[in-house]
Write a protein of this length. Structure first.
Length: 255
């Protein structure tokens, strides 16, 4: 996909130069299968010039670039079963009035089944039951600042459930609808090569007396502990409407 930049929030096509290419090649060469390095806790006093990870990745004044946006799992189908109650609830009121719930139907309320089987159970034509699209897409992207020498790999999805049920006529509309409320989730990996400035993460809700995490400069991606990943995700989600380049990159990948 084309590289994205936060500058002016427009699509950015990065010119190929030796310095930038060297950094990007290093990032792109690091695959998802590469072992992550665990970052270490720190009780040192915060350097007043330190970079705070959650603040940095949501800072609109930094020329962040997005690349390597990819899909790792995609399910878009109408063939998955749903509990009978979902099928019955989707019926028009006039149909429900003509085919009220009977003890037999009530006994099947939580039984997973296809729209065709639900129609047969009710005793109506299959065309009268809307079959939703089941949508679940998981992907990742890397946000990178050449100035900070910092790259952060994030993961995104349209739902935390097994799938999201979307009632639309076609697949394309289902995907668009599903991603109106997409979200960041899961693990975060950090690649930091700047040994001139301290990079830290702050867990304000830490139960211990060591809420600070120092992320040392390294040639490898470092796995951010879950509690600190949640802090970064919460900040991204809170500021997401002001960071439209993330959604732009994801929707381009889905197209």
């Amino acid at each position: 996909m084309s590289t994205q930049s936060s500058d002016n929030h427009d699509t950015y096509s990065e010119p190929y130069n030796t310095a930038t290419a060297s950094v990007l090649d290093t990032i792109m060469a690091d695959s998802d299968e590469q072992e992550a390095v665990i970052v270490s806790n720190s009780t040192q006093i915060t350097d007043p010039n330190a970079i705070i990870l959650a603040e940095a990745v949501t800072d609109k004044t930094i020329s962040w670039r997005l690349h390597n946006c990819k899909i790792s799992k995609k399910t878009v189908t109408q063939d998955l079963p749903l509990p009978f109650l979902y099928h019955y609830d989707s019926l028009e009121d006039s149909i429900k009035a003509n085919y009220p719930l009977t003890p037999t139907l009530l006994s099947q309320f939580n039984t997973p089944m296809t729209a065709a089987k639900a129609a047969k159970l009710i005793g109506i034509d299959e065309a009268l039951i809307s079959s939703p699209w089941h949508v679940k897409v998981i992907g990742s992207l890397v946000v990178f600042s050449e100035v900070l020498q910092l790259a952060v790999r994030l993961h995104w999805t349209n739902t935390g459930k097994d799938t999201q049920q979307i009632y639309t006529k076609n697949e394309a509309d289902a995907i668009i609808t599903a991603f109106k409320e997409w979200q960041f989730f899961g693990r975060i990996d950090v690649l930091y090569k700047n040994d001139k400035q301290t990079l830290i993460s702050i867990d304000e809700h830490a139960v211990s007396n060591e809420p600070l995490l120092t992320i040392d400069a390294s040639a490898d991606y470092q796995f951010l502990p879950a509690t600190h990943a949640l802090v970064v995700i919460a900040k991204l989600e809170a500021d997401k409407t002001e960071l439209p380049w993330f959604e732009t990159a994801i929707l381009e990948r889905l197209a």
